[in-house]
Structure formats: structure tokens, C-alpha cells
Design a protein around this ligand. Structure first.
Ligand code: ASP
Ligand code: MG
Length: 446
């Protein structure tokens, strides 16, 4: 068996769904399990609609309704062939409720966004049946996806690992294509949860690992994982092969290609992963494996995380002391702030946060033990590659920054041995990435 996951843009409309069906059919002998995201931007639209309901007390579902009903019509599906009408009605009732009470809980928000995936799998499964590929839509919880109740970022419970193969493996005998909702699960009490934005990747990777699939395929809209963000760099190239660890590193640092946790399940079981382009299925894509035999170039890819806050903490009390770092970090924990990068010297600590809301209370608290400066509008540039060649990579990267007059404000050379990250001003990020890409990928000097 294999797992094939298609993201929102791959199932954005009737034409895309037909195209996906073609790709799936071409591999039907390998016994695929299909995992789908919500159609197009449905998740964003749902969240925006809810916001409107809360802030203004009114909402319009017309865009979402039209997208799904029009797609069904174009695919030649009648309303009785799917449960879309019922789902849209329920969704409408939910939004009416939200617009009355003018607030939405984290639990209600997860319930709300779940409609996206629940509708997309039903439309796709009905379409497969209409072209004589026997298929059935599944909500992930009916296939063993049980999570904790951490709404918005739920984590699957260990029992999922036994339940998922128990449910899915028997389906593989049935000669019926399972079409499974990505992104969503249920907590033990029965409420719907979500696994974090982009979570369909994690659903697919979990099924592949738990069922010991032959391969997990992630179908996206680029020719694999690219050397840089195509919105920034003109001609990024697909990376042919990388390790799970490198792929995870890239996801953490903003490459937006894969869900940050998506590699974990397949990494555990060494299930081969391939990232492919649904718009260009013949392209080789990126193969992700446990280890690589071929010699790798010094750097695989460059990614960037924008809108970062840098916190500089200086205290002479640190000199020869113990417990100071613990004290500092306990304050970040107290305010639920997740720290990304850290650099320390004898008397100072620099660290980064994703752009957070109001940091004034944190600053006040920290000021009791040290002097603190908080600087917003920064970017983390991450170079993922062969860090055994870090001196060379650093020399070349910093030479570029020097020539561009860009000040590097903090450096971290990850313990993972895979990434070198540094902080610059956000406004300079795009240009620096373009220059780095040219240096490492476009010259004749890899
Ligand atoms: N539909 C969800 C999102 O847009 C999950 C996914 O696409 O993986 O975040
Ligand atoms: Mg999406």
C-alpha cells in the first residue's frame, strides 16, 4: 500500500480533482490510501467567515457554498451522491450561533474548520465512484485518529498508532479506495480537533508509518522541495534527495512545504517519502530518506522565517552563576512564549520569538533580573546543509552580508548539525536570500 496526500491547491476545483483522479488511477495497483486537504483556501475562508461573525454579527457563506456546489455540478455529481448539502446546512447553523453570541472558543473553531476536509473527501470519493473507481470517504476519527484536546494544535494519542492500522489494513483487502480527511481528529470525549495548520501532511505521514506503507507521497504545487521560496527567488531548483532530519529542519524554519511535525512518523519507521508536483507529475520530485549514499552539496536549501522578535538580555549577575538561564526561561514559559533560537555568552542571552503580542509584561518581569531590549521586525535566515562544511558556508554567507552592508545580529549553529541560522532585519531578508541563492546554487561553484 501507499499513501497519497493532496493539498488544498491540488483539489481546488473540478478540473484539479479530475486531474488528481488521473494521478491516483495511474497508481491504483499500488493500493493507495488518499488523504486530502480542504479545497483551495477553504480553511482560511472558514476562519475569516467566523471572524466576521464574531466582529460584525453577520456572515456570508456564499463563496464556500458556491465553490463546493459548483465543483459538484461540474463533476456531474448530484446532491444526493454526497452529504454536502447537510454539511453546508450544519455549517450555516454553527456560524449563525457564532454570530449571535459574537465569540468563538478554540473548540468551536476546530469544529468549524473541520467542515473543509469533511466536504472535500466526500466530493472526491463520489467523483471516483462516478468514474468507476470504487471509493469511500472517511473522517479520520473513524480510522483511529484520536488526539488530546489541545484545540488548534492537537497531538495524536499513542493509541492511534495501534488503532489506525487496525482500521485501515482490513480496508486494503476491500478493493475500495479510502479517501481520508487530513488535518482533523477527535479527542476521547468526541469533540473534533485539528492538528495545526497544514496538518494533512501529518495525517498522511501517520497513516503511512502506522500501516508500514511502501511509500508516502506528498503532492504539492512545485517540483518537490525547492532550494528557496519561489516567491522570493526566480529559479529555485528542486532538491533531489534529503534526509528526514533536513526536511524537518526546513519545515520548522518556514519553508512552508511540509508540516513541521510531518516527518516524525515516517522518520520513526523509515518509510520512504516523496514530494511531487501535481501540476507536473512526471517531474522526479524530492525523495526523503533516512540516510543518503550520494555525496551531498554543501547546502540543500535556504529558508526564511519573517516577522521575528529578538530579545537581548544582559546581566552581569550571570558571571560565574548558576540558575540564571533557568530563571530567564521560566519567565518565557510563564507567558507561554515559545523560543526558537538562542545564543548565550557569559553575560548575555539573545533569543528569538515568533512575533508575539504584547511583550510588556515579560519585559517588566525580566527587567527585575537583567537589562532587556526587545527588537521587532527581524527575520531568521536558515541554511540547511552539510554543517561539517560550516566554516566554508559561514564564510561565503557572511561575505555576502558584508558586501550588502547587512548586519548579522545573532547566529546559531544548530545542534542538529544541519542548520546554520542567523538574524537580520526583515526588510533585508528577500535580497539576502536572492544573493545567497545565487552564490550557492546559480554559480558554477556549488
Ligand atoms: N486545510 C488545512 C490548512 O489549510 C490543513 C491542510 O491543508 O493540510 O491548514
Ligand atoms: Mg490548506
Amino acid at each position: 500500500m501507499i499513501v497519497m496526500k493532496f493539498g488544498g491547491s491540488s483539489v481546488a476545483n473540478a478540473e484539479r480533482i479530475r486531474h488528481v483522479a488521473g494521478i491516483v488511477k495511474s497508481q491504483i495497483k499500488r493500493k493507495p490510501v488518499l488523504v486530502l486537504s480542504a479545497m483551495g483556501d477553504t480553511t482560511d475562508l472558514l476562519l475569516e467567515t467566523a471572524e466576521e461573525a464574531v466582529s460584525r454579527g453577520t456572515f456570508s457563506l456564499s463563496e464556500i457554498k458556491e465553490l463546493h456546489l459548483k465543483t459538484m455540478e461540474e463533476l456531474g455529481l448530484s446532491e444526493s451522491q454526497t452529504e454536502i448539502k447537510e454539511l453546508l446546512e450544519k455549517l450555516e447553523r454553527l456560524l449563525s450561533g457564532i454570530s449571535l453570541i459574537r465569540e468563538i472558543s478554540a473548540r468551536a473553531r476546530d469544529y468549524l474548520v473541520s467542515f473543509g476536509e469533511r466536504m472535500s473527501v466526500r466530493i472526491a470519493a463520489a467523483y471516483f465512484n462516478s468514474i468507476r473507481v470504487r471509493a469511500r470517504a472517511w473522517d479520520a476519527w473513524d480510522l483511529g485518529f484520536i488526539s488530546n484536546a489541545n484545540y488548534g494544535f492537537a497531538e495524536l494519542l499513542n493509541e492511534s498508532w495501534t488503532k489506525i492500522p487496525q482500521k485501515i489494513l482490513p480496508l486494503m483487502e476491500k478493493n475500495e479506495l479510502p479517501v481520508v480527511t487530513g488535518f482533523i481528529a477527535q479527542e476521547p470525549g468526541g469533540s473534533i480537533t485539528t492538528l495545526g495548520r497544514g496538518g494533512s501532511d501529518l495525517t498522511a505521514s501517520t497513516i503511512a508509518a502506522a500501516c508500514k506503507a511502501e511509500e508516502a507521497q506528498f503532492w504539492k504545487d512545485t517540483d518537490g522541495i525547492l532550494t528557496a521560496d519561489p516567491r522570493i527567488v526566480k529559479n529555485p531548483k528542486p532538491v533531489k534527495m534529503m534526509t528526514y532530519a533536513a526536511a524537518a529542519e526546513l519545515a520548522y524554519f518556514g519553508a512552508q512545504m511540509l508540516h513541521p511535525r510531518a516527518m516524525q512518523p515516517c522518520m520513526k519507521t523509515k518509510t520512504p517519502v516523496v514530494v511531487k508536483n501535481s501540476y507536473n507529475p512526471d517531474a522526479e520530485g524530492t525523495h526523503i530518506l533516512a540516510s543518503l549514499r550520494r555525496k551531498q552539496p554543501p547546502i540543500l536549501a535556504i529558508s526564511c522565517k519573517r516577522n521575528i522578535t529578538l530579545v537581548d538580555i544582559v546581566s552581569t549577575r550571570m558571571l560565574g552563576q548558576y540558575g540564571f538561564l533557568a530563571e530567564v526561561f521560566s519567565l518565557f514559559a510563564k507567558y507561554n512564549l515559545s523560543v526558537d533560537m538562542v545564543a548565550t555568552s557569559e553575560v548575555s542571552i539573545s533569543l528569538t520569538l515568533d512575533a508575539a503580542g504584547d511583550l510588556n509584561i515579560l519585559k517588566k518581569d525580566l527587567s527585575r533580573i537583567a537589562s532587556v531590549e526587545i527588537k521587532t521586525g527581524k527575520a531568521i535566515i536558515t541554511i540547511v546543509g552539510d554543517v561539517s562544511r560550516s566554516s566554508e558556508i559561514l564564510a561565503r554567507a557572511f561575505q555576502i552580508c558584508r558586501l550588502m552592508g547587512v548586519k548579522v545580529q545573532m547566529i546559531s549553529h544548530g545542534a542538529s548539525k544541519l542548520n546554520i541560522s542567523f538574524i537580520i532585519n526583515d526588510g533585508e531578508a528577500a535580497e539576502v536570500i536572492r544573493a545567497l541563492h545565487e552564490e550557492f546554487f546559480e554559480g558554477g561553484n556549488p
